[in-house]
Write a protein that binds this ligand. Sequence first.
Ligand SMILES: [Cu+2]
Length: 154
Amino acid sequence: MSRSKKHKGKMLKEKQTKKLPYMSILFMVIVIAIFSGAIYLIMSKSASLDPVDKDAIKMTITMAGFEPNIIRAKAGQPVTINLINPDNSHHTDGGGVHNFMLTAGLANMNITVQPESQKVFTFTPTQKGEYHWYCDSCCGGRENPSMHGTLIVA
Ligand SMILES: [Cu+2]
């Protein structure tokens, strides 16, 4: 009697030790899946912020302002800007949305770029001069000194 009990106990122990590697493999698989998922998300986000139009002027707009904030152009020649907004929608001011407004003298442009996205737009300056653009969707908008840029048409 005592012998069979002992045997049963041994069997149970064996079952537990057999189950253990299976559980740790499952755990490892889950950990790897979570990590590769996170890496994929990070990579895909930065990849999507590469300019879609390589021939355009690459311009980023963040809470810090426009980069570059001076553009030189020639009258009569089209200007194409690839505006990139890397800010996310968690910004409390304006929800990460930025825009490019150029309303004085040259054109009437109001280009909105959503958080973590980009927009390509083209316009043709017709007259020489200096023109001002700004963003009015965040941080005080037009009143914010960093949310401005200058287009110099020669
Ligand atoms: Cu803005």
